[in-house]
Design a protein around this ligand. Structure first.
Ligand code: PLP
Length: 394
């Protein structure tokens, strides 16, 4: 297993900051705004009410009922509360889902660019991650063709992880694209889909996000992952969940009972309030702000010569291709051969922290998170442009 590279750059940045340097960081995967006021109030109230004990392993009953009702109303998927397993963040929910469905020696398809934790979590199950390439030309959507080829070539594949909207590409797969994936899966009935939809509320598309489990015949073979970290800016609360067919939900619950017992009682109370009391207006305003920041980041990056970039339609990341600058050197003669070296030199020369694409299986690219102030976005990308233009061919 590798140390999570996103976390590695984050800690390096913190180290530089502790040493008194200003670092312009567009690394982290969390919104830069506060959770809704009702959530903050509920957090204190939960403690006052004495909700300080273990909850049921799979989560407080009221919260699971609220999640089931929310998924039914917004995603048209009909889960019972028993099919919901609330965990310490979606990260734990993904790992438990994988441990539940992937046996040692199985293969797990991971479309790339991918969230870095997926391949390492697959390895934790003693299963083998299989990289299924998606391309910028297809907007990084997984195509039926690529999926069929991968499943045909890898008969040991027992599951696939879909990340929709995607971290790091920002791709939101349309209903038609998901349908194409589903129609290929119809020919491979034993393959389970882990559909990580943690960014589903943060989309900028005309059409609403479609949950994979809502497609015909997919409900019984899909584990839906979601949570409160991104939608309600509650990353530190650590509340995520899996919604799954009962036999998988039970396996996840069993795993959780031996790993962490339950998610924080106080955070679960706050999550319930987030679902019940936070209005659409709050969410729409946040999404509107993120869309403006996406547009700003896209405009600034698009203007840098030699950089290729597409307009992301969800989450809060943008993944420009900077590979035309590989094979160059910095003004002081240090080589820039790949995304890792580029990000290191960028940090050294311009104090800008980004995540190198190799962490996501996309070495041609670098990832910027635009869930930041407009000043920080502008300053960081201005410095990135200056850095790239300072590079010289050897
Ligand atoms: N899935 C994806 C695609 C993510 O990007 C993240 C966080 O960055 C997670 C899951 C984990 O979220 P949580 O904070 O709920 O554990």
């Amino acid at each position: 297993m590798a140390v999570s590279k996103t976390i590695e750059i984050h800690s390096l940045t913190k180290e530089m900051e502790r040493a008194g340097k200003v670092v312009y960081s567009l690394c982290v995967g969390e919104p830069d705004y506060q959770p809704p006021g009702q959530v903050l109030t509920a957090t204190a109230k939960a403690a006052e009410l004495g909700l300080t004990k273990y909850t049921a392993v799979t989560g407080d009953g009221e919260l699971r009922a609220a999640i089931a009702a929310d998924l039914k109303a917004r995603k048209q998927t009909d889960y019972s509360p028993e099919q919901i397993v609330v965990s310490n963040g979606a990260k734990q929910a993904v790992l438990q889902a994988l441990l539940a469905v992937a046996c040692p020696g199985d293969e797990v398809l991971v479309p790339s660019p991918y969230w870095p934790s997926y391949p390492d979590m697959v390895k934790m199950c003693q299963a083998v991650p299989v990289d299924v390439k998606t391309s910028a030309a297809d907007g990084y959507a997984l195509t039926g063709k690529a999926l069929r080829e991968a499943l045909t070539k890898h008969p040991k594949a027992s599951s696939i992880i879909l990340c929709n909207p995607s971290n790091p590409t920002g791709c939101v797969m349309s209903e038609a694209q998901l349908q194409e994936v589903a129609s290929v899966l119809a020919d491979f009935p034993n393959v389970v889909v882990i559909s990580d939809e943690i960014y589903e509320r943060l989309t900028y598309t005309e059409q609403p996000h479609v949950s994979f489990a809502s497609l015909p015949d997919m409900f019984q073979r899909t584990v839906t992952i979601n949570g409160f970290s991104k939608s309600h800016s509650m990353t530190g609360y650590r509340v995520g969940y899996a919604a799954a067919p009962l036999y998988i939900a039970k396996a996840c619950g069993k795993l959780q009972s031996q790993m962490t017992s339950c998610a924080s009682s106080i955070a679960q109370y706050a999550a319930n309030v987030a679902l019940k009391d936070v209005d659409q207006k709050w969410m729409a305003e946040r999404v509107g702000e993120l869309r403006e920041k996406r547009d700003l980041a896209f405009r600034l990056i698009q203007a840098i010569p030699g950089v290729k970039v597409g307009l992301p339609s969800g989450a809060f990341y943008i993944l420009p291709d900077v590979s035309s600058y590989y094979g160059t050197v910095t003004p002081d003669g240090r080589s820039v051969k790949n995304s890792h070296e580029l990000c290191l030199e960028l940090l050294r020369c311009e104090q800008v922290a980004l995540v190198s694409g190799d962490a996501f299986g996309a070495d041609d690219c670098i990832r910027l998170s635009y869930a930041a102030s407009t000043e920080l976005i502008t300053e960081s990308i201005t410095r990135l442009a200056r850095f790239l233009q300072s590079l010289k061919r050897k």
